[in-house]
Design a protein around this ligand. Structure first.
Ligand SMILES: *[C@@H]1O[C@H](CO)[C@@H](O)[C@H](O)[C@H]1NC(C)=O
Ligand SMILES: *[C@@H]1O[C@H](CO)[C@@H](O)[C@H](O)[C@H]1NC(C)=O
Ligand SMILES: *[C@@H]1O[C@H](CO)[C@@H](O)[C@H](O)[C@H]1NC(C)=O
Ligand SMILES: *[C@@H]1O[C@H](CO)[C@@H](O)[C@H](O)[C@H]1NC(C)=O
Ligand SMILES: *[C@@H]1O[C@H](CO)[C@@H](O)[C@H](O)[C@H]1NC(C)=O
Ligand SMILES: *[C@@H]1O[C@H](CO)[C@@H](O)[C@H](O)[C@H]1NC(C)=O
Ligand SMILES: *[C@@H]1O[C@H](CO)[C@@H](O)[C@H](O)[C@H]1NC(C)=O
Ligand SMILES: *[C@@H]1O[C@H](CO)[C@@H](O)[C@H](O)[C@H]1NC(C)=O
Ligand SMILES: *[C@@H]1O[C@H](CO)[C@@H](O)[C@H](O)[C@H]1NC(C)=O
Ligand SMILES: *[C@@H]1O[C@H](CO)[C@@H](O)[C@H](O)[C@H]1NC(C)=O
Ligand SMILES: *[C@@H]1O[C@H](CO)[C@@H](O)[C@H](O)[C@H]1NC(C)=O
Ligand SMILES: *[C@@H]1O[C@H](CO)[C@@H](O)[C@H](O)[C@H]1NC(C)=O
Length: 644
């Protein structure tokens, strides 16, 4: 995963940068002022709310929640139209995709179901993922022009994020599913507070002195603690993330993840369903096994379908004192534990490590360091990366729930089990996902490019088999995935690759995986994972590169790419309807599907060079036009790329 050396180097640089900043900005305590409280129910402090009828309870993870089942029906209606639009635009030759989708619906079959999974990898992952989502978003200017893929996001049913990817997903959904484009091109005062990565998270946002920022972080965490909740470094980390990712000057301490379920657009199912992933690390266990229990947060619930803790709790009421699966009549309903920053912080708890460097910074205010020290002393140094959640599964299903006897649920960074792409929730067979676009911004190789390690981890887990496998009952089959050397040798990590094209060659029903590895199309976006500061220019470049990865530079690296992605969306549906695969799609599958070839020889250093030279206009959101000579270069390049 992340080499210790890289991390130490990054953190040293970070501490240095922060100390120079602090040196000139610590005297402003006098201007300290608390922000106004937000409405839900008491800012960052969980609080009592009126209980709904029926009272909240824990349910077994046998099926999807009634909420999700009802939502999926509505979502099918919305994706049907979006999918017709996008397929109509990409135009699969000699195939009437609109008529096909209509006939699928008329015969009562499921509209092809698409999921998008955005990997971890810190700000690099947020930005590269943001580029991909903006490419897939029909609201992005020009994304629906020829070569564009706008509408794929609107066709997706699920959008999952993990660690850095969860910052992207959490931020967009907290902002009413706004567009990436409107965040990064905004001149609006409020909007420009979002994703201002040039103001590091260690120093806080512009307009707030470092000391006031620290004071606000400390106040909210202490208030939660004083109210009787355990705290962890993740509380500080999550609060600080919110200042960059939530559209409120004080990082919106009252914003919850469960409040997304009240958004009109989400309720109407006109936008996808967000999922955030974290991994459980039981008390006293410091290693993450490949069979660890994977938790998900969705707008209604948190929980897992893995055998370690096969149950779900209503997210809004997670802080209530559940016992044996229900809330005793003597207990009140508690809301507000699922602060959106805390959810994103939980999924990215590896960054607690980076946050702790604050304490080493010369001039850091004593009050904060004492507070952090006390937190570390209480939870133990070795638990610095955990997020302590009140355990709603206490006493529930004692024989089939490993967490039945603990009042605390310890969750850690979703990538700590090496499954750095949040595929897990999309592989629950009940969700019937046909195709998953796996946006991989991992830093696997020495120069911080992905090499398939995340897919290999999920593949290995799928092989564990019943009994030990966390996956036994509910998991869909996962495609065969070759080793990382093969990824590099065949170039599977430098261009889009499909896995599991042949459903018959899999161990059971399961999705086709469209792997979208980060690669240098227009910019070297392989910045290190613990880099916490970017100029606005770098941010735009990395996001634009992500756009180019997803579109293969507006199809200039392969004019057939949009058609091929359309074919991948339909592939499983063709199987269900026993439809002959259109010739153009067969070509696509020959081109993009991994065909089982393995080359495990040591590939040596992987140092890709830039695929497309940036044009001057690369940063505007208009399509980049390439000169004739550049097209010629690309023409040859695509042979090089595709011949492996
Ligand atoms: C789907 O759309 C049709 C036609 O617009 C409508 O009649 C139907 O109620 C919708 N179904 C759901 C579950 O929203
Ligand atoms: C941020 O909040 C301001 C003020 O409430 C609002 O005008 C703006 O549209 C919001 N931006 C997003 C992206 O939601
Ligand atoms: C959220 O966005 C939708 C458009 O997708 C808009 O109709 C709605 O008014 C927005 N809600 C808020 C609270 O801004
Ligand atoms: C960060 O970028 C914003 C907008 O581009 C600018 O207003 C601000 O001064 C920058 N901050 C720093 C510390 O450079
Ligand atoms: C806090 O953590 C301790 C164990 O470390 C646990 O016994 C206690 O119940 C927790 N308190 C709350 C309110 O969750
Ligand atoms: C995972 O595997 C280890 C080693 O085989 C085993 O000891 C442990 O109980 C398993 N954990 C779960 C949650 O199944
Ligand atoms: C915090 O802890 C560190 C080491 O654990 C110690 O050196 C330092 O003095 C402590 N600081 C405060 C303010 O308690
Ligand atoms: C929890 O405690 C009960 C009774 O004390 C015991 O039977 C059960 O095995 C324990 N479960 C776990 C996972 O430790
Ligand atoms: C792939 O990534 C893993 C994990 O970082 C690393 O150990 C391995 O050396 C890499 N292999 C190649 C061929 O890049
Ligand atoms: C980014 O990748 C290039 C080669 O593709 C390499 O030369 C450079 O050192 C890498 N940068 C980082 C920060 O790893
Ligand atoms: C499979 O792909 C490799 C390159 O990845 C190619 O060399 C080989 O010819 C292909 N085999 C078949 C049967 O298409
Ligand atoms: C097909 O399945 C076999 C094992 O059954 C596996 O070795 C091979 O890699 C699979 N081929 C593809 C393209 O997934």
């Amino acid at each position: 995963m992340i080499s210790i050396l890289t991390m130490v180097a990054a953190l040293t640089a970070l501490a240095y940068a922060a100390s120079s900043q602090l040196g000139r900005d610590t005297g402003a305590l006098t201007s300290h002022s608390r922000r106004g409280k937000s409405d839900a129910p008491n800012g960052y402090v969980p609080g009592r709310v009126r209980c709904p009828e029926p009272r909240p309870s824990i349910r077994p993870a046998q099926d999807l929640s009634p909420n999700e089942l009802a939502w999926l029906e509505r979502r099918g209606n919305a994706t049907m139209q979006a999918m017709m639009d996008v397929l109509d635009r990409v135009k699969i030759p000699d195939f009437d995709a609109k008529a096909y989708i209509r006939s699928v619906v008329d015969s009562g079959l499921m509209v092809p179901r698409v999921g998008i999974a955005v990997s971890g990898g810190g700000y690099r992952a947020l930005m590269n993922g943001a580029g991909a989502l903006s490419a897939f978003d029909s609201r992005t200017p020009d994304s629906t022009s020829p070569g564009g893929l706008g509408g794929v996001l609107q066709s997706a049913t699920y959008l999952s994020g993990l660690s850095g990817g969860s910052w992207l997903v959490g931020s967009l959904f907290t902002q009413n599913f706004t567009t990436v484009d409107s965040i990064i091109h905004s001149t609006d005062g409020f909007l420009s507070k979002l994703w201002e990565f040039n103001e590091t998270i260690i120093e806080g946002p512009a307009g707030l002195s470092v000391r006031d920022y620290y004071q606000e972080l400390q106040d909210s965490v202490d208030d939660k603690y004083a109210a009787g909740y355990n705290k962890s470094i993740t509380d500080y980390w999550g609060r600080s993330l919110s200042y960059q990712l939530v559209n409120a000057t004080d990082g919106g301490p009252g914003y919850t993840f469960s409040s997304i379920s009240d958004d009109t657009a989400f309720k109407e199912a006109s936008i996808p369903m967000p999922l955030i992933v974290a991994v459980e690390r039981p008390a006293g266990q410091y290693l993450i096994w490949e069979n660890s229990t994977v938790f998900e947060f969705n707008p209604w619930e948190m929980g897992s379908y893995d055998p370690g803790n096969p149950a779900f709790a209503p997210l809004r009421y997670v802080g209530s004192r559940f016992a044996n699966g229900s809330l005793p009549s003597s207990e009140e309903c508690i809301a507000g534990v699922d602060n959106v920053g805390f959810v994103m912080g939980t999924s990215s708890s590896l960054f607690n490590q980076a946050f702790l460097q604050i304490a080493k910074v010369e001039g850091a205010p004593d009050f904060l360091i004492r507070s952090i020290n006390a937190t570390l002393a209480q939870i133990g140094e070795e638990n610095r990366d955990v997020a302590n959640w009140p355990n709603p599964f206490f006493g529930y299903n004692v024989d089939g729930n490993r967490n039945a006897n603990t009042t605390i649920l310890s969750l850690v960074d979703g990538g700590e089990d090496l499954q750095n792409i949040p595929l897990h929730p999309l592989l629950w067979s009940r969700r019937s996902v046909d195709m998953i676009i796996a946006v991989d911004s991992s830093a696997d190789t020495r120069s911080h490019w992905p090499n398939g390690t995340a897919l290999v981890a999920t593949y290995k887990r799928s092989l564990l088999g019943a009994g030990n496998a966390q996956n036994n009952a509910g998991a869909a089959a996962f495609p065969h995935i070759p080793d990382q050397n093969t990824f590099v040798n065949l170039g599977l990590n430098s261009r889009p690759t499909f896995f599991g094209c042949d459903q018959a060659n899999m161990t059971g029903p399961g999705p086709l995986i469209v792997y979208l590895p980060n690669a240098p199309y227009t910019y070297f976006s392989n910045v290190t994972t613990f880099d916490l500061e970017f100029t606005t220019e770098e941010r735009q470049q990395i996001i634009y590169n992500g756009y180019s990865v997803a579109t293969m530079a507006n199809a200039s690296a392969d004019s057939r790419w949009p058609v091929c992605l359309g074919c991948a969306m339909l592939s499983r549906s063709f199987g269900r309807t026993k439809t002959d695969v259109p010739a153009a799609c067969a070509d696509c599958f020959a081109r993009y599907c991994w065909n089982g070839t393995v080359n495990s020889a040591d590939p040596g250093l992987y140092e890709p060079s830039q695929i497309v030279k940036p044009s001057g206009a690369a940063l505007t959101h208009s399509l980049t036009t390439f000169s004739a000579s550049l097209c010629l270069v690309l023409f040859f390049l695509h042979f090089v790329l595709l011949s492996g």
